[in-house]
Ligand binder design. Structure first.
Ligand code: HEM
Length: 106
């Protein structure tokens, strides 16, 4: 998918997971977020469209997505072991990653 579509998928599922306390629904939403974040690595931010893949800008873009993926995996781990409170707390932390990366790349 293109970057905008991946971001819309991140956004839709992020709203869902913040609203639910249902473990299965939470994990399903995180799974879709993870796929979208991985897929986003195939694109470049429009403002850095002409930068090569090995440029500092694109490497830093990938690093931002990997940070989010790491947080998604942590939240999944908590949810799988039944600790929904910790899982939701971890998910709240996605916001800081989103905001920091949007400042640089959006
Ligand atoms: C929970 C995490 C995130 C959410 C919910 C989110 C959501 C969004 C949304 C709703 C948009 C606007 C899409 C549109 O124009 O239709 C957007 C754009 C964008 N986001 Fe994110 N984002 C997240 C994380 C990130 C991360 C980690 C990065 C980079 C490492 C990133 C980079 C961008 C860029 C470059 C755009 C502009 C895309 C374009 O203009 O084509 N986002 N994001």
């Amino acid at each position: 998918a293109d970057l905008e579509t991946d971001m819309d998928t991140l956004s839709d599922n992020y709203s869902k997971i913040l609203k639910t306390d249902d473990k299965a629904e939470f994990l399903q939403g995180l799974g879709k977020m993870r796929e979208a974040a991985e897929d986003a690595k195939k694109s470049k931010p429009p403002k850095f469209a002409s930068k090569p893949d090995n440029s500092p800008e694109i490497q830093d873009f990938h690093k931002g997505l990997d940070t989010l993926i790491g947080q998604i995996d942590k939240a999944s781990g908590y949810a799988k072991s039944g600790n929904m409170d910790e899982a939701k707390k971890e998910a709240e932390g996605f916001k800081a990653t989103r905001n920091a990366n949007h400042k640089k790349f959006k």
